[in-house]
Design a protein around this ligand. Structure first.
Ligand code: GLN
Length: 293
């Protein structure tokens, strides 16, 4: 419970920050802290209680649809948000996002399902109807907003630099002559590309981290909470933050463009989970024990 209180304080701090829809650059929007935290409920879009179905029909029970499954696409390579485990929350999948997805489905009397795929395939899978929604620690960017509609944000993160403990990198400016690793299609890649530095992109975070551990690259640019997970799991690594170079990012759930019916349901559920502290608690639960350095 102590953690939750701490998280609440962080949430308040974050409420005072301006968040951006792009991942990088912009000094004036630089965050004052690089600590991950859930976003506050400042963007309440509607006040429908979580369990109140929109008044579509007078009957209490919704008529059973042909398919009552709510299928979320994810890329289960992004702990603590999504990962594969022996005994997951939905099938073999677990993490903050998976727990959120489960609750969104349940609040809407639907059965949650997960489709695991490459991160870069998620928005295409939405477009062709393979999945109903994408939940993948996905940062809202202007570019992605052209391809999908996004829910209200549920988590605020930032990019950080993972380096070996003996590294002389102290800021993003030090990346100029370093061998940089990123993960393909992630906002970390977009940031490094925007900075104009050469880099190597890997399909999986774990592969990029192995390059770093083995001395084949000098730095991995990656989302903050996931980076903390990797430095907890691997000896000899540390995190370097540079809030003036990496803006805060907001994670949200994507749906197919124009699917306002589903988006409304998702927003109502997220709104309730932000308000009642569920998402803050999940954040605390899944990051417990992760060291900050
Ligand atoms: N937040 C990053 C992005 O949106 C990484 C997401 C992920 O790997 N699941 O690109």
């Amino acid at each position: 419970m102590k953690k939750v209180t701490k998280m609440a304080a962080l949430m308040l701090a974050m409420a005072m920050m301006t968040t951006a829809l792009t991942a990088c650059g912009g000094d004036e929007k630089g965050s004052s802290t690089a600590t991950d935290t859930t976003v506050t409920n400042s963007q309440t879009q509607d006040s429908t209680p979580a369990d109140a179905e929109p008044t579509e029909s007078a009957t209490q029970e919704a008529a059973p649809e042909a398919d009552n499954t709510l299928t979320f696409g994810t890329n289960a390579e992004f702990p603590p948000f999504e990962f594969v485990t022996g005994n997951g929350v939905i099938d073999q999948y677990d993490g903050i996002d998976i727990a959120i997805a489960k609750q969104i489905a349940e609040k809407n009397n639907m059965t949650p399902a997960i489709e695991n795929m490459e991160f870069a395939s998620l928005l295409v899978a939405l477009q062709n109807g393979q999945i109903d929604a994408a939940i993948a620690g996905m940062t809202v960017t202007d570019e992605r907003k052209e391809e999908a509609d996004f829910s209200i944000p549920y988590y605020t993160a930032t990019q950080v630099m993972i380096v070996r403990e003996d590294s002389d990198i102290t800021s993003a400016a030090d990346l100029a002559d370093k061998k940089i690793c990123v993960i393909e299609g992630y906002t970390g890649e977009i940031c490094v590309k925007d900075m104009g530095y050469p880099y190597e992109a890997f399909k999986k975070g774990t592969d990029a981290i192995m390059e770093l551990v083995n001395g084949k690259c000098d730095v991995v640019v990656l989302d903050s909470a996931t980076s903390q997970k990797y430095i907890s799991d691997n000896e000899g690594l540390k995190i370097v933050e540079d809030p003036s170079a990496f803006e805060s990012e907001e994670y949200a759930i994507a749906v197919k463009k124009g699917n306002t019916e589903l988006l409304d349901k998702i927003n109502t559920a997220i709104d309730a989970m932000l308000t009642d502290g569920t998402i803050a608690e999940l954040g605390a639960q899944y990051t417990e024990g992760l060291s900050a350095e």
